[in-house]
Design a protein around this ligand. Structure first.
Ligand SMILES: Nc1ncnc2c1ncn2[C@@H]1O[C@H](COP(=O)(O)OP(=O)(O)OP(=O)(O)O)[C@@H](O)[C@H]1O
Ligand SMILES: [Mg+2]
Length: 372
């Protein structure tokens, strides 16, 4: 969402620090085949995506760097060749600023170990995580295809059936992680990789990536100490914003934001500045899905009201519970959709757990009125 300063130079550390790819929604958008979100002219010092950043052909910790495949606010991802095992990998080099942050280092070490231990068909397998020349790196399976951000930018809202299939795969990955006491904390379209599926019944295979790599817990206010933007705030749960302890239900909230966007083309909350967006996550009721995209059943509104509840206690307990309810609601006829569903869980206080204070002028919605 915001440009971040990028150091020049071509050492591994500097090149990793150059990862600052703000696009619509904040994540990296610059995979081959998609338009670069950051124009080098407007961001001097940042090598254009796909251009030689100085690392191509170089060897980093046993990996031969072949091509830049994407970048986000905190890292650059390369296709690389594992010299020892003779296979292609995705090599992610994290910004040097993160290696200098003790909190991040500790969590990086812990969470990459846990993530590497999870063997799940919808979680990108991590092969190795370590540090070389002051740069933290992760070698993982190279997933050919595109991320969900690029897919949505190209195709707009997806058909409900496709959205349901993608949501189910991500939900199963998240629930598996939660069973290992691992909370993702940064579920967003840029962290959902969509590869070709195996057959007509499974047209796409979806992988979730980047466990525990969010910078949001370091600074949710928008900028880290060196002024780099933390990434998109479109999917962040209210309890993450208020700094309360988080559990798997914060991923339920973020997943619901992502699925909302997959179905409508827009995330549930859109405001013209970050403070207003944070306010909306904490206090504003989500707009009904059926108002954002005609033809979607009203029963789905009720499912999102639960999944996007401000208080984690009011949400679904697992991601698969949310997606199962949603797919059942989407399968119903739009006009008849208001009847049935999880009405028992949808109470008036789900929408506004406590009467919210009147929003100040800067927090008022800009795109549409929130009235019924
Ligand atoms: N294992 C992988 N295989 C193939 N491409 C990948 C892989 N991991 C990441 N990518 C690509 O690299 C891009 C950049 O990833 P990165 O995690 O740095 O950024 P992001 O998730 O979009 O944003 P953020 O910095 O906020 O996390 C991703 O959007 C994705 O397209
Ligand atoms: Mg990512």
């Amino acid at each position: 969402m915001r440009p971040a300063p990028a150091p020049g130079g071509a050492t591994p550390g500097e090149a990793a620090g150059g990862g600052a790819g703000p696009g619509p929604g904040g994540g990296g958008r610059d995979r081959p085949g998609t338009a670069p979100a950051v124009h080098p002219d407007t961001h001097p010092g940042l090598p254009a995506a796909g251009r030689d950043s100085g690392l191509l052909g170089k060897r980093i910790a046993g990996y031969l760097v072949e091509e830049e495949i994407g970048r986000g606010g905190m890292a650059v991802v390369y296709r690389a060749f594992d010299v020892k095992l003779e296979r292609t990998v995705a090599l992610k080099l994290l910004a040097p600023e993160l290696a200098r942050n003790d909190t991040f280092r500790k969590r990086f070490a812990h969470e990459s170990r846990v993530a590497a231990a999870i063997d799940h068909p919808h979680i990108v397998p991590v092969f190795e995580a370590g540090e070389t020349e002051g740069v933290l790196y992760i070698a993982m399976r190279f997933v050919p295809g595109q991320d969900l951000r690029a897919l949505l930018d190209r195709e707009g809202p997806l058909p409900p059936v496709t959205a349901g299939r993608i949501a189910t795969q991500v939900a199963s990955a998240l629930d598996a992680a939660h069973a290992h006491d691992l909370v993702h904390r940064d579920v967003k379209p840029g962290n959902i990789l969509v590869a070709e599926g195996t057959d007509r019944d499974h047209p796409e295979h979806v992988y979730l990536t980047d466990f525990g790599l969010t910078k949001k817990s370091l600074s949710l206010t928008g900028f880290t100490t060196v002024g780099q933007f933390v990434g998109t705030l479109d999917y962040v749960a209210p309890e993450q914003i208020s700094g309360k302890p988080v559990d798997g239900r914060c991923d339920v909230y973020s997943l619901a934001c992502v699925v909302f966007e997959t179905l409508t083309g827009v995330p549930p909350f859109r405001r013209d500045d970050d403070m207003a967006l944070l306010w909306a996550h904490q206090y504003d009721p989500p707009p009904p899905l059926s108002e954002e995209r005609a033809g979607l059943p009203e029963a789905a509104d009720e499912v999102f009201a639960v999944a996007l509840a401000k208080s984690p206690e009011e949400r679904y307990g697992t991601c698969l519970e949310f997606v199962t309810e949603l797919r059942a609601a989407l399968a119903r006829d739009g006009r008849a959709g208001g009847a049935g569903g999880r009405t028992s869980r949808v109470r008036s206080d789900v929408w506004q757990p406590t009467p919210p204070p009147e929003p100040p002028a800067w927090a008022r919605p800009v795109f549409r009125s929130l009235g019924p």
